[in-house]
Design a protein around this ligand. Structure first.
Ligand code: FER
Length: 249
């Protein structure tokens, strides 16, 4: 494992690279956590290990205001995360051992994965949104986020919920994002994994994404929650299987 920072316009993004075989060229998957998350969460590590076991290198990166990266949580926005993720894609593309590039993210990182898929379709062999929270922009427009309600036309300076403080700019920028446009722009394979009993992002959203994407697969995890705490093995089996099929040993 190599630990370092990826520079993005003066912001340092904390990253870790795990390679199954340092001597060989091969595929790499970027892996991104969710809202309030970080790269050492159980479900992120489980996904990383599954990818490594399938012979895929994994670049875990933490976005603005999260984990060991620069920026305050309060000031993070989806725009900042998009800019960060594009810089991580550029970094990954510059690595000379990388053959094929993939992007995987959980929840808000899954939404990010869907957005970057639409922006970088030529660079990503497939995208893997895990429990993607792609209702956030609609929620921002409707005045419903984090389980609280606010006036979507006169956005408060800060939102306070889940013991967290979040700038109104999070909402202002989220309101301008239209995920369906980016769904339409990505025609490559999309591998969605989602718990059927997700209490944070309804499972129905994964079914809707499955219908909208031209080339998507959905692996439902029965009874499982947002972070796959009931059946982490089923989530990681799905991911390992996806990559083993593409890169038979
Ligand atoms: C919300 C629901 C879910 C929200 C964010 C999330 C900002 C993200 C969850 C995650 O990334 O795990 O209303 O508002």
């Amino acid at each position: 494992m190599k630990e370092f920072y990826i520079e993005n316009d003066g912001i340092r993004l904390h990253a870790k690279l795990d390679r199954p075989d340092e001597a060989k060229k091969g595929p790499l998957c970027i892996l991104i956590h969710g809202f309030t998350g970080h790269m050492e969460e159980d479900h992120i590590i489980a996904a990383q290990k599954a990818m490594n076991e399938a012979g895929v290198s994994v670049l875990r990166a933490e976005m603005y205001g999260h984990g060991g990266s620069d920026g305050a949580f309060k000031n993070h926005t989806l725009y900042k995360w998009v800019t960060n993720a594009l810089a991580v894609v550029d970094y990954a593309k510059s690595l000379d051992f990388v053959t094929d590039l993939y992007l995987c993210g959980h929840s808000q990182g899954g939404l990010l994965t869907m957005l970057i898929g639409g922006m970088r379709p030529d660079d990503l062999k497939a995208i893997l949104p895990l429990s993607p929270a792609w209702m956030i922009p609609d929620g921002a427009r409707a005045g419903q986020l984090l389980g609280i309600e606010f006036d979507p036309v006169h956005i408060p300076e800060t939102l306070i919920s889940w013991d967290l403080e979040l700038s109104g700019d999070y909402v202002r920028t989220a309101q301008t994002i239209h995920v369906e446009d980016e769904i339409a722009r990505y025609r490559g394979p999309v591998f969605i994994v989602h718990g059927e009993a997700d209490e944070v992002v309804p499972f129905a959203l994964a079914q809707k994404a499955l219908e909208l994407y031209e080339n998507a697969t959905l692996v439902p995890i029965p009874e499982d929650d947002h972070c796959f705490t009931k059946h982490p093995d089923q989530m990681s089996d799905a991911i390992r299987g996806f990559f083993r099929e593409r890169y038979p040993a």
